[in-house]
Design a protein around this ligand. Sequence first.
Ligand SMILES: NC(=O)c1ccc[n+]([C@@H]2O[C@H](COP(=O)([O-])OP(=O)(O)OC[C@H]3O[C@@H](n4cnc5c(N)ncnc54)[C@H](O)[C@@H]3O)[C@@H](O)[C@H]2O)c1
Length: 321
Amino acid sequence: MAKLVTGGTGFIGACLVDQLLERGDEVVVLDRAQTNHWDGASRKPKIVIGDITNWPEVMNVFHDNSIDCVYHLAAMLSLPSEANPWAAFQVNVVGTMNMLEAVRLFGPNKIIMASTTGTYGLDIDAPEITDTTLQRPTTMYGSTKVFAELQGRFYRKKFGTDFRSVRIPSLVGPGIKTRAIGQYNSWMIEAAALGRPYVCYGLPDRGLPLIYYKDTAAAFAALSDADMDRIKTINYNIAGVNVSATPRDIEAAVKRLIPDAVISYDPDPVVVQYFATLRFDALNDDPARAEWDWQPKFGTVDAIVEDFAKEVRAHPERYPL
Ligand SMILES: NC(=O)c1ccc[n+]([C@@H]2O[C@H](COP(=O)([O-])OP(=O)(O)OC[C@H]3O[C@@H](n4cnc5c(N)ncnc54)[C@H](O)[C@@H]3O)[C@@H](O)[C@H]2O)c1
């Protein structure tokens, strides 16, 4: 039996696939984009190039492979979704519906999905977000992910589908290609580690809770492994650094490690608008810790920056900015 990872050639997906292969799982990837990530690797997934919005392509993946769990990560991220909301609807809403139907009809009826703290937005009445905070996003991306969370919950009730999800906060890691809100944190560290100046498109003093990519990938497998009867909350917040870290906080950590780093700011209007409606400073992930033993390995900005810079400096050829 194999694990199916949608979006498995993407940034988090490839790291998750590596971790699944590492623990001996057979892995099938469904993604519309190719990758050279496993060129020369001894352990590789089977890669199926296909689109989750194309129902026959999805059915064929289940017909051709024995799947016992789906990790559903394929999606359009925040800024691309704002630029093309019509495509975001197809991928994030219709594509997710296709995956829920596919696991119900052909598969193991088990699916772990990537959601986002971008599902929060207006009318937050406390500085700390919890799993029961009102989700009222103003973005296309956030709206599609709220739908996906609720649709998963519905499938669980109606069809007994073992649906679970993690809400990923601002992601940090080397080699991110897709521009989204918060990716400037990663590109700042990457540029500094490569000895290059960086102009940050974020607001210097507005931040988000963070998570390192290695922790994010590990969360999917940990959530999947937990016994069904422990899963009460279903859609879980997770974070590495639970209190918002601003670009200036990242800059300070970078400069502790790389004192001559050159960093300046030119905020993107979409980012400015996003923070104008966002009012939270911390993310509570207690239910994830209690129900499936969530525990990040990288829990401080300095720990993240240190591991990140080590990776970039060890393999600069992988990170041609
Ligand atoms: N990057 C972040 O900061 C962040 C934060 C919160 C949540 N997430 C979620 O995590 C997941 C993975 O994000 P990522 O950072 O790895 O992004 P990514 O853009 O690197 O990867 C997404 C992958 O999905 C694939 N994809 C997109 N549309 C597809 C389609 N129609 N059919 C098949 N494949 C398709 C892309 O080709 C890509 O490989 C997404 O669901 C995203 O919403 C990401």
